[in-house]
Design a protein around this ligand. Structure first.
Ligand code: AMP
Ligand code: ZN
Length: 493
């Protein structure tokens, strides 16, 4: 269904600071790039919030019938410890610390990232490219920027010339900064510094002999600057100008500002039509962050193994908690807030169960068409999930009244209500019904136990053809039987 033809979506564009009507470059198609994680440690819940905001946005666009190419990268090289192009590569540092290969660090934390996102029921992106897989593309862009006069080479490193760029373009337009103010507020460069200006940033850094992550280039062995990978991968997969670029608010400057400068210097085109920024998750009023240690990991929340929360919370409850806030607002994590979300989540799931068993009679008081329109209106208004959720609870109120015979519903209204509520909860918000999933797994266990019993009887009767068939068919379905002293157990792959 091409719902997008009848729905007008407005998004907050960081570039203009305004809510704008979203018009894709090609009708019916969307190109969206989101900066992915730097895989040198486990993702904390703050990271998950940003990715969840874009998962919800991706889901809504898909629900509206858009064909979305969603690119979310993996940063596996080039991200230095600080933004001033100094310090070690975060991944190389971890590899040295643990005495393993950098690619082992990358593999370990990429797997953790995927597992965590899967627990939260994320949809995988269409393409998940890596920085190290696009070194050639990055070198080509540097050559181009050098040829156009917006970069300079010093001693095997290449820097972007921000002052030169600002003569013809506007450096700072995304973050609302002026280059003159930035220059006035920074201390002068040290004599040994290679940069012409402190605001210049590295496109390519020469690798010192001890630097293990290195690639050959026209300027000698080195590695790409962090900002460049996103320009290379977004241009490659989405084109020189694409619809949406997202990331956390903290990436607006310098990362996204530098991405704009690189792309404009290379293509003379603005790379992105809509810049979307997700706000931060805080803990005790401060940003969750890997470096300060003020954070909670999803696994600590699911297991309850932490000093901050009174009990464990399921992935679906945590997801529901996060989507109860607008993606552009700051959200603080607390036990009270999670407890409230857990209650709300249970009410919602209970109402879903009740909805199935409602007896339809005749048209009632609840105007489902108007309610459905309000759900779309909320999501069309910059993906306003808290308002959408308040509409879902309005439906819960009516479901409960109908159940108590205090209101009525017609068969067609019931069908529309079921369809709409399922679409918004499961498809758009991506919230899973965990008790139903547990129910499914209990049913499966029951069926396997029954087959084990039938297999045992077959064996007692020496009907080995049947007993082997049961075992082999189960293996084909990924279910292994294990015969032991205590009887037969099973495991599901
Ligand atoms: P990193 O792996 O540090 O590059 O971060 C991955 C993503 O997580 C980026 O988009 C960050 O903006 C985002 N992020 C980091 N900390 C938080 C936080 N406390 N709340 C929300 N998003 C965050
Ligand atoms: Zn990026």
């Amino acid at each position: 269904m091409q719902l997008f033809k009848s729905q007008v979506v407005r998004v907050t564009n960081s570039l203009s600071g305004k809510k704008e009507v979203f018009n894709p470059i090609k009708a019916g198609y969307i190109g969206m790039y989101v900066c992915g994680p730097t895989v040198y440690s486990n993702v904390h819940l703050g990271n998950c919030r940003t990715f969840m905001s874009f998962d919800m946005i991706y889901r809504y666009f898909k629900h509206l019938g858009f064909k979305v190419r969603y690119v979310r990268n993996i940063t596996d090289a080039g991200h230095l410890e600080n933004d001033a192009d100094e310090g070690e590569d975060k991944i190389a540092k971890k590899a040295k610390l643990e005495q393993i290969e950098p690619m082992e660090v990358v593999q370990r934390y990429t797997v953790d990232f995927h597992n965590t996102l899967q627990q939260f029921n994320f949809l995988p992106p269409s393409i998940e490219p890596t920085a190290t897989g696009h070194i050639i593309e990055q070198i080509e862009i540097i050559k181009d920027i050098l040829a156009k006069g917006f970069a300079y080479e010093v001693n095997g490193s290449v820097y972007f010339d921000v002052v030169k760029f600002n003569e013809t373009n506007e450096y700072g337009k995304l973050s609302g900064r002026k280059l003159e103010d930035m220059i006035a507020n920074t201390r002068a460069l040290a004599a040994q510094d290679e940069k012409k200006n402190p605001q210049d940033f590295a496109l390519w850094k020469k690798a010192e002999p001890q630097h293990i992550m290195r690639w050959p280039s026209p300027w000698g062995d080195g590695f790409p600057g962090w900002h460049l990978e996103c320009t290379a991968m977004s241009t490659k997969y989405l084109g020189e100008t694409f619809d949406i670029h997202g990331g956390g608010m903290d990436l607006k400057f310098p990362h996204h500002e530098c991405e704009i400068a690189q792309a404009e210097a290379s293509n003379q085109k603005s790379p992105v039509n809509y810049w979307l920024h997700a706000n931060m998750l805080t803990l005790n009023g401060k940003k969750m962050s890997k470096s300060t240690g003020n954070n909670l990991y999803p696994s600590e929340i699911f297991s309850g193994d932490n000093n901050l929360l009174s009990k464990p919370y399921s992935p679906a409850v945590v997801r529901f908690f996060m989507l109860q806030a607008h993606y552009t607002s700051i959200l603080d994590l607390s036990d009270d807030a999670l407890l409230a979300s857990e209650k709300g989540y249970s009410r919602l799931m209970e109402a879903l169960g009740n909805l199935e068993s409602l007896v339809a009679t005749k048209k009632g008081e609840f105007d489902i068409e108007a309610w459905r329109n309000n759900c779309y209106k909320a999501m069309n208004d910059d993906f306003n999930t808290p308002i959408l959720i308040s509409h879902l609870f309005e439906a819960v109120k009516h479901i409960n009244l109908i159940k108590e015979n205090k209101e009525r519903i017609s068969e067609s209204d019931k069908e529309l209500l079921q369809k709409t509520i399922h679409e918004f909860i499961f498809d758009v918000l991506g919230i899973e019904n965990q008790s139903a999933m547990e129910g499914d797994s209990n049913t499966l266990s029951g069926v396997v136990e029954l087959l084990i019993e039938l297999r045992n009887s077959a064996r007692i009767n020496k009907d080995f053809a049947t007993s082997d068939k049961i075992r082999d068919e189960l293996i084909a379905l990924g279910i292994q039987l294990k015969d032991g002293k205590e009887g037969t157990t099973f495991s599901i792959n």
